[in-house]
Design a protein around this ligand. Structure first.
Ligand code: CP3
Length: 354
């Protein structure tokens, strides 16, 4: 595999080796939300600056992306951004409210609302691609830079509900009662997601993760009919870059096979099922990523930390022994803001030492 930029060698990166059935030089680990409020240096640099504003400041994006890599020695950096950044860049009026998440000024509910969703001009995410260039200049050659985007379903859920939701009632109502409108909305979001990922890939990211964080709210039948065709198009449109495509959602144990079928190279797993069970569910076709419960890092007890990390490592080993191409250690979801940064560093050391 050759990198677009030609300078970095993906074959020497533990994360890429694990994703592609190679032999990693050490067990690769990174954490979703590794950049963020668990880090004092993050809280300091973000003080008085809005989240979205920060995502469009290349120096700040590069600095925040590198903070957890410097502190914890993780095997990957994940671009500091947010799933709603391309929506904002395309001109949709929304904000990220601290403690809440994305909030949409006018929820998308009608045919007219859907028709108003613009395309993404790659130039409008120039701050993101500039940040990627800076990060690649600093990141050690054996560490991977992961780009990402929200999957069309998870983006649609925010746009339709107007913000975070527990029931996804407006989203599911549109899906079921107005399937044509639904597919038209999903088509537009798919175009935005593809454009955002391609911009990051053109700038040189080493892997991409598609976050369908809330897809676990759907039945398998609903996922396959209303979501999979669109996520498949995303995966197909970035396949030519030849970089690993990671696919992640929370509570997706029952749809892991379908989420793999859309064209993933690595399947992200939350803490609800063991990794060897997850690998079996996807027929050992792809590498697995996960799946320590993020609250383990809050337990404040070294023996518990060791035991729970051991449990994940052992299940990852069984998955690989049974035929999965590899295991990338991660949490089952993001680092919780109250997590002690020292515990995260200790966890990375343990994972590397086992
Ligand atoms: O993982 C990383 O370190 C990279 C950065 C990242 C952020 N958002 C930064 C962020 C990534 C990968 C995301 C993706 C994202 N954003 C997802 C998918 C991942 C997941 O968690 O399932 C989702 C669903 C969102 C939407 C969103 N944005 C939520 C739910 C929140 C949290 C709200 C809150 O304040 O608790 C955000 C805001 C956000 N995105 C923060 C960060 C660091 C917190 C903002 C802050 O620090 O003020």
């Amino acid at each position: 595999m050759t990198s677009i930029r030609g300078r970095r060698s993906p074959g020497r990166m533990p994360l890429i080796a694990a994703a592609t059935g190679g032999t990693p030089s050490r067990r690769p680990v990174w954490f979703m939300r590794q950049a963020g409020r668990s880090l004092p240096e993050y809280r300091e640099i973000r003080a008085g600056r809005g989240m979205l504003e920060s995502c469009f400041d290349p120096e700040l994006v590069a600095e925040i992306t590198m903070q957890p890599v410097r502190r914890h020695d993780t095997d990957a950096a994940i671009l500091f951004s947010d799933i709603v950044v391309p929506l904002r860049a395309a001109g949709i009026d929304l904000d990220i409210v601290a403690g809440t998440g994305p909030v949409i000024a006018s929820p998308i509910r009608t045919a007219r609302d859907v028709a108003s969703i613009p395309r993404l001009d790659p130039a409008s995410v120039g701050a993101v691609t500039a940040a990627i260039g800076m990060i690649l200049g600093e990141l050690a050659d054996e560490k991977s830079l992961i780009g990402f985007a929200g999957a069309p379903f998870t983006l649609a859920s925010y746009l339709i509900e107007g913000g975070p939701s527990r029931t996804y009632e407006h989203t599911k109502a549109m899906m079921l009662a107005e399937p044509e409108l639904w597919h038209s909305l999903m088509g537009r979001l798919t175009d935005i997601t593809i454009a955002f990922l391609r911009a990051q890939l053109d700038a040189g990211v080493d892997a991409v993760q598609l976050f369908d964080s809330w897809a676990g709210t759907l039945s398998k039948a609903a996922y396959e009919e209303f979501v999979a065709p669109h996520s498949s198009r995303v995966m197909a449109e970035v396949a030519e870059y030849g970089v690993p495509r990671i696919h992640f959602g929370v509570g997706t144990g029952e749809i892991l096979g379908s989420m793999t079928d859309v064209g993933a190279d690595v399947i992200g797993v939350d803490w609800r099922i063991p990794l060897d069970e997850a690998a079996a569910r996807v027929g050992h076709r792809v590498a697995v990523q996960g799946n320590l419960d993020p609250t383990v890092l809050l337990a404040g007890d070294d023996a518990v930390l060791e035991r729970e990390i051991d449990r994940v490592v052992a299940a990852g080993r069984r998955a690989v022994d049974a035929g999965a191409p590899g295991h990338i250690f991660n949490l089952g979801h993001g680092v919780l803001p109250n997590t002690d940064a020292g515990v995260v560093t200790r966890a990375v050391e343990l994972i590397h030492s086992l």
